[in-house]
Design a protein around this ligand. Structure first.
Ligand SMILES: Cc1ncc(COP(=O)(O)O)c(C=O)c1O
Length: 382
């Protein structure tokens, strides 16, 4: 019998059902004290998320893009500077660099992890040194939730005297084992930037983000820039921005944060099921190196038959996605940066072959089975 079950890529309503009670009381207390901007919910979320990550400060802002932009600005990065990042990311990583006046220096990704290649990075930094260019920071992306090679990146940043800023927008709760101790992505760099876009592992009911850091000056400067450069009500030390974390969003995030580990655990079980069911095929499955724990924001398979599988899934009403079909250096927006097709062969090949399967904490075993069955049947030409 043909299966007729539609399968969603994400199920935000299921998350919301789990937080309903707590959220109602959070909203009621905000209404009671009419603290609609700032207020205790924002401060409480910042403290709770900082504790969760194991960092000194979290500063809430209006989006993940602003978290990146304000962090770079707080570090004094701007015109004449270069910031290393990868072309295989959501465009906002590079956009934030451009918005400061600096230039993104793209480095290819590693074919196994799809994160920044540390050997390509070192080559690129050596070249920049020979050219006398001013590289200020490394901005690795923990793509799909898998932490980049953070221990190695810390060493490279130290050696070349660069800031290390994690784009952790897809990696809430991901971990790395360093010398026997598990630490969360977001606790390694000079700062880390998070997005709470609704579809993220920790997602709000709208746009917002945060900067996590152990650096007091960076935390203070980001908070200042995000709040009109304010030092007191009508005294301003800078012409800043209005990029505060919205109070109602902070209440949603507090309610979801207490579920994050459980939800990530369920994602890991979904990933393990997919791995079992998709074993012994030509697919490249997500790689998780020893000592790394992905947050499985996405479950991304790679195959030259991507388009055929995608069509077969869609025909069965199974939602899927491509993250991302065009690497940033080949986007029309990047035309003035001087990059060309072929500059980053791994990123370009990955963009041509990736397919994101449905992934969320509430995916049922029979749904996973159905998705994997359609993938396998398409591969075997049935
Ligand atoms: C890797 C990456 N960087 C940056 C962003 C930007 O975050 P936001 O959409 O909250 O501005 C996102 C999310 O969309 C992302 O996935």
């Amino acid at each position: 019998m043909k299966h007729q079950m539609a399968i969603k890529f994400l199920d935000l309503a299921a998350q919301d059902r789990e937080i309903e009670g707590r959220l109602a009381s959070e909203f009621a207390s905000i209404r009671e004290n009419t603290a609609y901007v700032g207020g205790p919910s924002v401060a409480a979320f910042e403290k709770e998320f900082a504790d969760y990550l194991g960092v000194r400060h979290v500063v809430g802002v209006a989006s993940g893009t602003d978290a990146l932009r304000l962090t770079l600005l707080a570090m004094g990065i701007g015109a004449g500077d270069e910031v290393v990042t990868v072309p295989m990311t959501f465009i906002a990583t590079a956009a934030a660099i451009i918005q400061t006046g600096a230039r993104p220096l793209f480095v290819d990704i590693d074919p196994d992890t799809c994160n920044i290649s540390t050997s390509a990075l070192v080559k690129s930094l050596e070249q920049a040194r020979r050219d006398g260019r001013r590289v200020r920071a490394i901005l690795p992306v923990h793509l799909y939730g898998l932490p980049a090679a953070l221990a190695e990146l810390q060493e490279i940043a130290l050696k070349y005297d660069l800031a290390l800023i994690e784009d952790a927008c897809q990696a809430h709760g991901a971990r790395i084992n360093l010398g026997g101790e598990w630490k969360r992505a977001g606790a390694f760099g000079d700062a880390a930037c998070f997005s709470f876009y609704p579809g993220k592992n920790l997602g709000a009911w709208g746009d917002c983000g945060a900067v996590a850091t152990n650096n007091d000056v960076v935390a203070r400067t980001v908070a200042n820039l995000a709040d009109h450069g304010r030092i007191s009500h009508y005294a301003h030390s800078a012409f800043g921005y209005n990029s505060r974390l919205d109070t109602l969003q902070a209440a949603v995030l507090r309610s979801k944060l207490e579920r994050l580990d459980e939800w990530n655990g369920r994602r890991r079980r979904v990933a393990a099921r997919y791995r079992d069911l998709l074993a012994r095929t030509d697919l490249i499955l997500p790689y998780e190196p020893e000592g790394s724990e992905s947050s499985y924001h996405l479950f991304v398979i790679r195959t030259p038959r991507r388009d055929a599988i995608r069509s077969a899934l869609l025909a069965e009403q199974i939602q899927c996605g491509i993250h991302y079909p065009v690497p940033v250096h080949l986007q029309p927006a990047a035309r003035d940066l001087g990059y060309h097709p072929g500059d980053f062969p791994v990123a370009e090949l990955v963009a041509d072959t990736v397919l994101s399967l449905p992934m969320h904490p509430f995916l049922r075993p029979e749904e996973i089975h159905h998705v994997a069955g359609v993938v396998r049947r398409t591969l075997s030409g049935e």
